[in-house]
Write a protein that binds this ligand. Sequence first.
Ligand SMILES: Cc1cc2nc3c(=O)[nH]c(=O)nc-3n(C[C@H](O)[C@H](O)[C@H](O)COP(=O)(O)O)c2cc1C
Length: 329
Amino acid sequence: MVKIANIELGEFPLLLAPMEDVSDPPFRKVCKANGADLMYTEFISSEGLIRDAAKSVQKLDIFDYERPIGIQIFGSDIDSMREAAIVSAQAGPDLIDINYGCPVKNVACKGAGAALLRDVPKMVKMTEEIVKAVDLPVTVKTRLGWDENTKYIVETAERLQDIGIKALSIHGRTRVQMYKGEADWSLIAEVKNNPRMHIPIFGNGDIDTPQKALEYRNRYGVDGIMIGRASIGHPWIFNEVKHYMATGELLAPPTLEERVEVCRQHFTHSLEWKGEKLGIFEMRRHYTNYFRGLSHFKPLRMKLVQSEDINEIYDTLEEIAQNMSYVGV
Ligand SMILES: Cc1cc2nc3c(=O)[nH]c(=O)nc-3n(C[C@H](O)[C@H](O)[C@H](O)COP(=O)(O)O)c2cc1C
């Protein structure tokens, strides 16, 4: 049984990766329904939380059916991060996760996210302050290092464990790699196989099929796998991986009706949580992902992304279910 402090996660948990503008409550709801064992909020700016900025505060919204759930925060200033952790803990998550992995310029160049990979002593100090400030388990998500020459993750993991984090998720790339190339899990395995380590180590990066998930589990020995991009438009990935690991058989891919149904649920949750205008608008980025491989989808996609009318969108989804077919998915 894998445990983060007292949180029981089953034999081999599958985690939904935190993803900005993606892993919001509507998306998390469909991932939870399809087998995600542990989920995180999108990363939340510590400065935003302290300023009480509406956008950051809204991201603290979590629901009981999502448990266990972690709130992920990022920032460059230790005091702000401590404050933000306290504010986040008041929202009642099961754990607080710290982002030391975000590579994008306006985060990493302001000293937050992956920038802390260039200043491991500060990372350790920041983490220690947060661990001391909240009663909840604190976890970390990070990368292998800043660049090819600074892949210090094995030592960094030890130091973070020593000051009290309860789990570590590692994306097998450096900051400089951004999302390029292939994720290298061999260093993740080194962290896991380090006899000094006893907290759960979750591997992350490029898992997009059940076969790859099983292969990487066997080859690298991690305690669980975190999945990001492969879940976008395909939240079935969690149950597909679980089923394959349990039986060695592949689940049949979702039918078109199932795709439409889950997309419809996602849209409904978006409307409920974001309101009509934003719910319609922010759902637009998901349609292509739900209906990848659908022949002649383009005109219906245009209709979905241009419509500002809820009923018309539901009708278009129905039209897809009734009239379309897949090519080769
Ligand atoms: C659109 C998008 C947004 C992301 N936002 C976050 C984030 O808020 N916090 C974080 O720790 N990682 C974030 N990531 C990184 C993912 O959590 C994950 O580490 C990365 O996508 C690699 O996993 P994958 O290959 O399974 O997608 C984001 C990735 C994507 C694609």
